[in-house]
Design a protein around this ligand. Sequence first.
Ligand code: HEC
Ligand code: HEC
Length: 267
Amino acid sequence: MFGKTVFMKAVFWSVLLSALVFGRLATAGTQSDGEPVFSPPSEESIPAGSFGDLVRQGEKIFTNTQKYAGHYVGNDLTCESCHLNRGRRAYAAPLWGAYGTYPRYRSKNHKVNSLGERMQGCFRFSMNGTAPAVDSQTVKALVAYSFWMSRGAPVGVKLQGAGMVHMAPPTRSPDPFEGKKVYEARCALCHGIHGQGRTSRGKMAFPPVWGAKSFNEGAGLYNVGKLAGFIKMNMPLSKGDSLSAQEAWDVAAYVDSQPRPKKPVAK
Ligand code: HEC
Ligand code: HEC
């Protein structure tokens, strides 16, 4: 009996260990080719009826935040400016990777946050605006959109491609002067030489990456490591993973060294 238990334990640990090792290898492989484990449902599968209407409203707010929730927005960004491809893109904090991991504790506000409360943070800092109430129609619609997108995703686990890539420390300290060269060669075409972004027929085509109309100093991307991870996987747009890690660190250091709105004082 005793022997059997020990044997079972050994089997258990070896299975766990190989799962961990295999999991790590799988993650490494996946990060380079950008394939997430979870594929969110197709756009066409948003159902008809009142639930579908709420989901569609959430998607509109997410992709055209000025038009559908402009009251809460203080810059030229939309949620999709960072949560790329309508919140579906792996390694750009996709909504399907977020939904099943809330409520979650955040040291930033020292409490357990619901998904709606997490979204309020992005309104205040990333959108440099004011947070809609958690029970507002705006947050209800955004939560419905996230809920729909994560249908079938396991809950309580961090899925591959969820959040953003955690960069290993760079070989030499991030250098904004080197970063400026990368920026001018690889980014300025779309985001403008002064980081101001570009409009086309009065509408924002490429979002500002610094200056009065960009995210403020309280935002997640106002952190060189986090910004480097976002850039490494996603920028230049559609050419993700084409910069070296050092280039991503340098250009992130350059972008975050430029002026932008201050962090708003806590209410
Ligand atoms: C300037 C970039 C930016 C904009 C704009 C932005 N966010 Fe975020 N958002 C982030 C970053 C960075 C994180 C943190 C990701 C991480 O830590 O892995 C985040 C996290 C989140 C999360 C939690 C994700 C997770 O996996 O835990 C949600 C939900 C979210 N944002 C919703 C929104 C909504 C809704 C909007 C629009 C009102 C918005 N965001 C606008 C950058 C942005
Ligand atoms: C081909 C055009 C293009 C190039 C080149 C490009 N970007 Fe972007 N970038 C975009 C677009 C478009 C978005 C917003 C995505 C959306 O709204 O769907 C974006 C979003 C961003 C964001 C988040 C939103 C914001 O305004 O802060 C950052 C940061 C960013 N890019 C940095 C960079 C950096 C750094 C480079 C150079 C390494 C770069 N981009 C190159 C088109 C581009």
